[in-house]
Design a protein around this ligand. Structure first.
Ligand code: PXL
Length: 269
């Protein structure tokens, strides 16, 4: 007899040919978190451990059609976005997610790769802020993305709280400000729902090989939501997942290596 259908999660994201970030990181994370992963591809990057040398976008109508296809047949217990690439893709994703009531909906406002290569057209930032963020169950900006979205230069814990308030005012239900790029101490993330702050700290792990860490965190949170956890619980388990993945990171090629998802996968055969 076939097994029961597992929870399902959808990533709306770009392909990283190097396999460390983007939809590849999301699908590995979904697998490791025991949800059935699906993907609506937005763009294809030409990328290795040294950086992104090019990308092409898919037509916005094809991105929306991928989402509609899986929602209408398979069902989506939770969805996340990664690289959305352009204003037209953003508009199409916002429309279909709204019309089909796709939720919980996690928005990782990806703007650039770890190397600083742009993954979002400059004119798409306004669309991301104005039409996608207000629809989100949770947004997961790092401090660079905070600066791009609201022009705030965050330097400490108080600044993270202030940024979370300002971002929450844009419309998402929950905001997770990721402080991983702050200079010292444990890695601090701040979760805010408009009323209460919840803080998460994790030991800082000394490695340069963190390619895909943001995607992996958002995907692990999305997997938790697909399994029925509430947002604080999904963030707590997502943080634990990515901390172990950073601990399990490894060098690859001549540049920055990826976080490792192997730690949650058993030996085989
Ligand atoms: O880590 C952000 C990210 C998301 N999506 C794609 C990427 C990257 C980083 O390189 O390549 C496709």
């Amino acid at each position: 007899m076939p097994a029961a259908q597992p929870p399902t999660a959808l990533t709306i994201a770009g392909s990283d040919s190097g396999g460390g970030a983007g939809l590849q990181a999301d699908l590995k994370t979904f697998l490791a978190c025991r949800v059935h992963g699906m993907s609506a591809v937005t763009a294809v990057t030409v990328q290795n451990s040294r950086g992104v040398s090019d990308f092409v976008e898919l037509p916005a109508s094809v991105v929306a059609a991928q989402i509609e296809s899986v929602v209408s047949d398979i069902g989506v217990n939770a969805a996340k976005t990664g690289m959305l690439a352009s204003a037209s893709i953003i508009a199409a994703v916002a429309e279909v997610v709204e019309r089909l009531d796709v939720r919980p909906f996690v928005v990782d406002p990806v703007a650039a790769s770890q190397h600083g290569d742009p993954l979002l057209q400059p004119d798409a930032l306004d669309a991301l802020r104005d039409v996608v963020l207000p629809r989100a169950t949770l947004i997961t900006p790092n401090l660079g993305e905070v600066r791009l979205l609201i022009g705030m230069d965050v330097r400490d814990r108080a600044g993270m709280h202030e940024a979370a308030r300002a971002l929450h005012a844009l419309g998402p239900e929950w905001v997770l400000v990721k402080g991983g790029h702050l200079p010292s101490g444990d890695a601090l993330d701040v979760l805010f729902d408009g009323t209460q702050f919840v803080e998460f700290t994790a030991p800082r792990i000394d490695t340069d090989h963190t390619h895909g860490s943001g995607d992996t965190l958002a995907a692990a949170i999305t997997a938790g939501l697909a399994r029925g956890f509430d947002v604080p619980k999904a963030v707590e388990v997502g943080k634990r997942f990515v901390t172990e993945a950073v601990r399990g990171s490894f060098p690859l090629g001549g540049g920055l290596g990826p976080v490792g998802h192997f730690w949650r996968v058993g030996d085989w055969p």
